[in-house]
Design a protein around this ligand. Structure first.
Ligand code: FE2
Length: 411
């Protein structure tokens, strides 16, 4: 993770056809050039961990779900006054998951307040994706530079009272995405640690649930087919699309890969990727989805608006975690079909059929939203050397399927 050369975030070819405003096109290169010049691009690395919180009593069932549906392993549980924090890991080449479980259902904090503001979010007041922790070479220096650029962070006292790891600096929730960004130092070759988060134990209930689910994953023959996270997709209000992109670029060392207009679904898919030449499995791409038009004019056109509906129901938040599926075939089926059939046989739902084809370059599917985190799992299998994130037709179908589900669960 140590780079002697100066990384350059501009001049990278752009993908996509979605047009941005003159404001965005003027400020994007300014922001990236200043970030490179300030040294932040070199000082901030990839995604070290994702933070997800669930309702009291739901963490063990969610660990079992993730052990079956993803490559994650249960490692250990940290016990602090208000929370249990379960650490899930694939290995040190991919981000960890910090699964936070509030102990007291009446617990109240800033993250709950974000859920309480929204009709579907408030039904699971403690369950949401909080954000990512990024690697940094010098936490204090990055913090000072970001604070000087008007980004706000929780104080050490606030971090302690939120039971968040005090060796991490965490931003206040974004006004655009409601996600946080954390910074954590780690020397090359050293394991990730999160401290001091109280006593560290392997919970027998969690270990048993994990081992049973992982055993099932092996027995189904899918353990080696499901690969690490490919991208993280956040949904934001229409008017916040460009600000959300610029904000994430200012806080990370990602660059703007490009945006696609998904006309059928009145929305766009906007992608940022690490400026370092690392695979998505090491530092997933960040995708932001926004409606093309805000809901308040929709009575004039009556266009489908699944993305805006989702944000109104749940608040801006992470919508899905996409996992890669190994390219190839198993028992005469393409691997993604084999994985989906195996997981569906265990009673897990999917929102649509596997879509796309070898000729398109990739196949994709959305699972039903987790009853624990409300997050959807996307599986994506790319064929050969296909580099893209999606095809326009696939995204339209996925968005439509999720919209049908979410309009029923929203209110
Ligand atoms: Fe996706």
């Amino acid at each position: 993770m140590i780079h002697s050369e100066q990384l350059k975030s501009t001049g990278i070819p752009r993908n996509g056809d979605k047009l941005n405003s003159a404001f965005f096109e003027a400020y994007l290169p300014r922001l990236l050039e200043e970030r490179d010049r300030s040294g932040l691009t070199n000082m901030i690395g990839g995604i070290e961990a994702l933070m997800i919180s669930v309702e009291p009593g739901n963490a063990i069932a969610y660990i079992a779900e993730l052990a079956l549906m993803t490559p994650y392993h249960y490692l250990v549980t940290l016990d602090s006054p208000g929370h249990l924090t379960h650490i899930l890991r694939i290995d040190m080449n991919s981000p960890d998951i910090l699964l936070r479980e509030v102990k007291n259902p009446d617990h109240y904090d800033i993250f709950r307040s974000l859920n309480d503001l929204h009709p579907a979010g408030s039904q699971r007041p403690h369950s949401r994706y909080l954000g990512e922790i990024l690697w940094v070479s010098d936490r204090q220096q990055v913090l000072e530079l970001q604070q000087a650029r008007e980004f706000r962070f929780f104080s050490p006292e606030a971090m302690a009272s939120l039971d968040l790891p005090t060796n991490v600096s965490i931003s206040k929730p974004s006004p655009y995405t409601q996600n946080v960004v954390g910074y954590m130092e780690r020397a090359p070759g050293v394991m990730r640690v999160y401290h001091p988060l109280g006593n560290c134990n392997i919970l027998s209930q969690a270990q048993d649930a994990y081992e049973t689910a992982k055993g099932l994953q092996k027995q189904l023959g899918i353990a080696d087919l499901i690969l690490p996270i490919d991208h993280l997709a956040t949904r934001v209000y229409s008017q916040n699309r460009e600000a959300a992109l610029l904000e994430y670029l200012a806080l990370s060392s990602y660059y703007y890969w490009g945006s696609y207009d998904i006309v059928d679904q009145n929305s766009s898919t906007n992608v940022c990727k690490s400026v370092r030449s690392v695979p998505e499995s090491a530092s997933p791409a960040k995708v932001f989805t926004a409606n093309n038009l805000p809901y308040c004019v929709n009575h004039l056109d009556g266009l489908p608006s699944p993305t805006e509906n989702f944000v109104r129901n749940y608040g801006a938040r992470l919508h899905h975690i996409a996992l890669s599926v190994r390219d190839g075939e198993t028992d005469g089926k393409e691997n993604i079909d084999f994985v989906v059939d195996a997981i569906a046989s265990q009673g897990k739902g999917f929102l649509l059929e596997v879509i796309g084809s070898r000729a398109d370059g990739l196949k994709q599917i959305f699972s039903a939203a987790s009853p624990f985190s409300a997050l959807i799992v996307e599986y994506v299998q790319r064929f050969g050397d296909f580099q893209g994130f999606f095809t326009r037709d696939n995204v339209a179908k996925l968005t439509a399927a999720a919209g049908t589900e979410e309009s029923l669960s929203g209110s």
